[in-house]
Design a protein around this ligand. Structure first.
Ligand SMILES: C[S@@+](CC[C@H](N)C(=O)[O-])C[C@H]1O[C@@H](n2cnc3c(N)ncnc32)[C@H](O)[C@@H]1O
Length: 258
């Protein structure tokens, strides 16, 4: 509890980023990941393995861009830093432990960015969406882009904020949360290098008899091609969120998304 509070206070973030719950979510993800280290290990290992295979297959390794880098649990950072001239870690929140770790690596840089491109719009600072990846898309040295379990996280903070702020919501497109998912996929398609997409796409809740009690389309009906492979990530095993319910997320990997 104290460690979580300290992380909240020590993490730099804009007012709107905090209001959207993104700092709280990063801190919660850090502590849940510690509690569920074993349950999540298979998912993280599989993601890291797929990234490593993409690295091995590349003819050139100049810049690698990791979108939604967060705590880097699903990313083989040492392998990337050893193989690429430059590694850019892009996230709306970088927790202090990640900032400290990066100081040891001279070719790794942190970029703090909102990858929905709409936080400034919600805050009234702009009249529309920004193009959050324009500079990186224009950079011909970007040989690898990994969208690292980010996609499913783009819509819900916007959805919650719109529900809590009906007057502002009335001035914004009603389908803004789903648009954030669609825009990220469009952004990925605009890169020139190899694009690897890793994302959970569906939540399935089950009781102890195995009966499905709830299902949620994390993609808000935005269509994706069939993934190259998929697996289940036990995000909340029995006892994590509810004593007699577990939440499993279905994850997909698209090895060459463009
Ligand atoms: C499920 S976590 C995965 C983090 C990381 N790949 C890992 O496994 O440690 C999703 C990440 O997306 C980031 N994120 C959520 N909304 C974002 C936004 N609008 N722009 C940039 N990053 C965002 C969160 O801060 C978080 O680090």
């Amino acid at each position: 509890m104290l460690a979580e509070l300290a992380l909240h206070l020590a993490t730099p973030a804009s007012r709107m980023t905090r209001q959207l719950g993104l700092v709280g979510e990063s801190v919660a993800l850090w502590s849940r990941g510690l509690r569920q280290r074993r349950a999540w290990a298979g998912h993280h290992a599989r993601c890291r393995d797929i990234v490593a295979q993409a690295v091995a297959a590349l003819p050139e390794r100049r810049t690698a861009v990791i979108l939604g880098s967060g705590l880097l649990r699903d990313i083989p950072l040492d392998l990337l830093a050893d193989n690429f001239e430059r590694v850019l870690l892009v996230d709306v929140v970088h927790l202090p432990q990640v900032r400290l770790r990066m100081r040891l690596r001279s070719n790794v840089a942190l970029l703090t960015r909102d990858l929905t491109g709409v936080i400034g719009w919600l805050a009234g600072e702009s009249g529309g969406r920004s193009d959050p990846l324009a500079d990186l898309i224009a950079d011909p040295a970007v040989d690898l882009v990994v969208s690292a379990n980010l996609l499913s996280q783009l819509a819900w903070p916007i959805e919650d904020w719109l529900a809590d702020n009906p007057a502002e919501a009335a001035q914004l497109p009603a389908d803004l949360p789903a648009c954030c998912i669609a825009w990220h996929l469009d952004d990925l398609r605009r890169f020139h290098g190899r694009v690897l997409l890793l994302s959970d796409v569906e939540m399935i809740e089950r009781d102890r008899t195995g009966k499905i009690t709830d299902r949620l389309d994390l993609m808000h009906s935005i269509a994706l091609p069939n993934p190259d492979e998929g697996w289940d990530w036990p995000v909340a095993p029995f006892g994590e969120a509810a004593r007699d319910l577990e939440s499993i997320h279905r994850v997909g990997a698209w090895r060459d998304f463009r």
